[in-house]
Write a protein that binds this ligand. Structure first.
Ligand code: HSE
Length: 305
């Protein structure tokens, strides 16, 4: 194969009680990434979008991820990467993760699927390191393998694909940009033991709720006493939006990734649409432009177009 195009989906990470270790894929928006083999070694990048992202491969999340892959593959050729971005950078729905994941999955196709998913996740995390100063896989893992994913370890990469009942995500993206590095800078370095106990209790219960299709348990477990309190002030009208989503019948929700997007989970698409309307009514009078998405949580990760 000389050229491959893939679709890399947006993802919701953290999922309230799973900071840096839990995420899921949605079926839109998605980025399209095309890679072409070229004789000259190295990586070149072209963007087809309005986001002015860097094309210097050393400053681009896809560039550093693919460079890590090519170094390990020890190939004598290079690649040209064209990224058609639909996921806005700084949106909190895995924009950088989609670029780097899409690029490494596509290049892996050029190499006849030389690397397993765990290696692709490792390479894609180089993009997250560049974007945020921290390696974390809670966006790139679900982006690459799809579904609901628990990241047990990043070194070595050990991810668990979770069973989950039908779940629909409503995502509201107020159009302000929050850089992940800034959203990480507001987090506490140390966490009181009592808060940590609450979070890991909720995370365990949340996963049990997913596995058993126990929506009430999922609802009770979507609680975070560590990260959400530190970050919610970064997102205008977060509290009202979350309250409106819950009042409209969502199971629960919170900040998507490092924000500013907010996600709410519902049992049905119809309920997710009602939640979309309710949360939109919070943002409409504020004058803050916003986008909304409703998607089922999908098993499909990055796939050939
Ligand atoms: N887990 C990461 C964070 C996701 O919340 O900082 C954003 O990349």
């Amino acid at each position: 194969m000389k050229e491959v195009t893939v679709r890399a989906p947006a993802t919701v990470s953290n999922v309230v009680c799973g900071f840096d270790c839990l995420g899921f894929a949605i079926d839109g928006p998605f980025d399209e990434v095309t890679v072409r083999r070229r004789d000259r070694p190295g990586v070149s990048i072209t963007h087809e979008d309005a986001f002015s992202l860097p094309t210097d491969p050393e400053q681009n999340v896809a560039g550093v991820a693919v460079a890590a892959l090519l170094a390990e593959a020890q190939v004598d050729f290079g690649v040209e990467i064209v990224i058609e971005k639909a996921i806005k950078p700084g949106s909190g729905i895995g924009s950088s993760g989609a670029s780097s994941s899409g690029a490494v999955v596509a290049v892996n196709w050029l190499l006849d699927e030389k690397f397993p998913p765990a290696k692709l996740i490792e390479f894609a995390m180089e993009g997250e390191r560049l974007a945020s100063g921290s390696r974390h896989a809670d966006n790139v893992a679900p982006c690459i393998i799809g579904g609901f994913v628990l990241v047990r370890s990043i070194d070595p990469v050990d991810v668990v694909r979770l069973d989950f009942p039908p779940l629909f995500a409503t995502v509201i993206h107020p159009q302000i940009e929050i850089r992940t590095a800034e959203a990480r800078a507001v987090l506490p370095e140390l966490v009181p033991l009592a808060a940590a106990v609450k979070n890991w209790s909720n995370l365990g219960a949340f996963i049990a709720g997913l596995e058993h299709g126990d929506y009430d348990l999922i609802d009770r477990s979507l609680v975070d006493e560590i990260v959400e309190p530190a970050r919610r002030g970064l997102i205008p009208h977060f509290e009202e939006a979350k309250a409106a989503g819950l009042a409209a019948g969502a199971i629960g929700g919170g900040i998507s990734g490092s924000g500013p997007s907010i996600f709410m989970l519902s049992k049905t698409r119809e309920r997710a649409e009602i939640v979309r309307t309710a949360v939109s009514e919070i943002y409409e009078p504020t004058g803050i432009p916003f986008n909304t998405y409703v998607s089922e949580i999908v098993s499909q990760g990055t796939s050939l177009r």
